[in-house]
Ligand binder design. Structure first.
Ligand code: ATP
Ligand code: MG
Length: 442
């Protein structure tokens, strides 16, 4: 069986092999190529020791990353390739790191230290796909199975637990029962894992096509690093709009959102504030007044704890705050919303509201309004409607010239004019704007 590997990968494998070293593409790249998906990165595993790898690629640039673990990153034809020496991990400490790493000349020894059978597949041109751990069978059947004794594998390195949930979500595979049992049993060890590593896996997990079933099955894994999630589970929403509890609704909405990090994070957190805001009226109907603001606070706190970059935190928090905003009913309302949030967030809001509605009792109830919301935006952008201060036909200097004192009043006056133009109370023309101001001042 052959793979469609990039030229740089073929070249690297050829060089190592010509120098007498066994070498393969390994792990996710082989798994994904065989599924017909585009690999994220190509990793190479080889019998050559790091010094030998450096000698084979002496004319290339190196990025020295994980030399202690036997990894040399080489730039081959501008593509960074991680080339790692076959290795055996020593005893593990702190549920994550092996105490020592021993280099090996045996491919099998290198493969059995890997996490899941589908991640042990390797390939080179001479041998085709090499499968020493039953990875092909599991790949064909869509099964995620730990390599070797699952209990031991997850207590050695707890990050593998979250990788397992992530792979169920992104690959849509079923986790083999003994593997799932061991993941759940070892879940508390995840608390030893660095926030950055959790964050990387968590974001990938959220963007998976099967996030609903993965997060539902492994919710006890998620609550280890997201204790704030627990109150959503079983939080009933006895309202006419909902047929799920808050957690089930969250997962349905999440899976319906486009697989982009900020949108999926927003959907994940959008109702986190509901349990704290829940009230029940005399008719037994539940209300969640003010939940968007509380959800936004929780999202901020959690995203910071997981060390998301500031830009992501700010965007997600903004979108969570916005998620319950009513869809504009006409072009004037649409201009005002666009003016307040900008085109990117306006579009994101359409996607969020659509996904949110997919998780409700009547998923298509607001489709028409969202289509109109989209149309308003297209029309506004096509016609160049005035929605920003800089779109106004006059500026601060014109107001100063007209006798308005320099300072806060200028901004106030400009904002008043923008509002009047967006409302259609005043045309966006300099003279009309100036007389509008004078009339208002009288
Ligand atoms: P992707 O690149 O799509 O995120 P991947 O499976 O390639 O997924 P990488 O982090 O690139 O994941 O790791 C490459 C390979 O290294 C894996 O396929 C697996 O064989 C091995 N591996 C990675 N992390 C672990 C781990 N924590 N424990 C054991 N093996 C691991
Ligand atoms: Mg990879």
């Amino acid at each position: 069986m052959q793979l469609n590997a990039p030229k740089a990968v073929r070249e690297a494998l050829r060089r190592l092999s010509a120098a007498g070293f066994e070498a393969y593409a390994v792990g996710g790249c082989v798994r994904d190529s065989l599924r017909g998906a585009d690999p994220e990165d190509w990793d190479i595993t080889t019998a050559a020791l790091p010094k030998e790898v450096e000698a084979v690629f002496s004319d290339c640039r190196f990025i020295e990353t994980g030399l202690a673990h036997g990894t040399v990153t080489v730039l081959v034809e501008k593509m960074p390739l991680e080339i790692t020496t076959f290795r055996i991990d020593g005893a593990y400490r702190d549920a994550r790191h092996p105490q020592s790493v021993t280099f090996s000349r045996s491919l099998r020894e290198d493969l059995v230290r890997r996490d899941f059978t589908v991640n042990t597949l390797c390939w080179n041109e001479q041998r085709g796909v090499v499968d020493l751990c039953g990875g092909l069978y599991d790949l064909q059947n869509g099964v995620l199975r730990a390599v070797g004794d699952p209990q031991r594998r997850f207590s050695e390195d707890a990050l593998r637990i979250l990788r397992g949930v992530r792979f169920q979500s992104t690959l849509g595979f079923t986790v083999e029962p003994e593997t799932a049992k061991a993941m759940l049993a070892a879940r508390k060890k995840l608390s030893h894992i660095a926030a950055e590593r959790i964050r990387e896996e968590f974001s990938k997990l959220l963007c998976g096509k099967a996030v609903r079933s993965a997060a539902s099955r492994f919710s006890p894994v998620l609550t280890v690093f997201l204790p704030e999630l627990a109150p959503l589970i079983g939080c009933e929403q006895n309202t006419p709009y909902h047929c799920f509890d808050v957690f089930e609704h969250t997962l349905a909405a999440l899976e319906a959102a486009p697989p982009e990090e900020a949108l999926r994070l927003c959907m994940f957190f959008h109702d986190f504030g509901k349990p704290a805001c829940r009230t029940v009226d005399a008719n037994g109907v539940a209300h969640f007044k003010g939940h968007a603001a509380v959800s936004a606070q929780l999202a901020e706190q959690i995203l910071r704890r997981l060390r998301y970059p500031n830009r992501t935190v700010r965007r997600v928090v903004r979108l969570v705050e916005l998620h319950d905003t009513k869809a504009p009913r006409d072009r004037v309302q649409a201009r005002k919303l666009l003016s307040a949030v900008g085109a990117d967030d306006y579009r994101a809001l359409i996607a969020i509201k659509r996904a949110d509605s997919r998780g409700k009792a009547q998923p298509h109830a607001i489709d028409d309004r969202l289509e109109a919301m989209e149309r308003f935006l297209d029309d506004i952008l096509r016609d160049g409607d005035c929605v920003r201060l800089c779109d106004l036909a006059l500026g601060g200097n014109d107001l100063v010239a007209a006798g308005i004192p320099v300072g806060a009043q200028i901004r106030e006056a400009l904002e008043g004019l923008l509002d009047a133009v967006m409302d259609g109370r005043c045309p966006n023309e300099k003279d009309a704007l100036l007389s509008f101001l004078t009339e208002r001042a009288l």
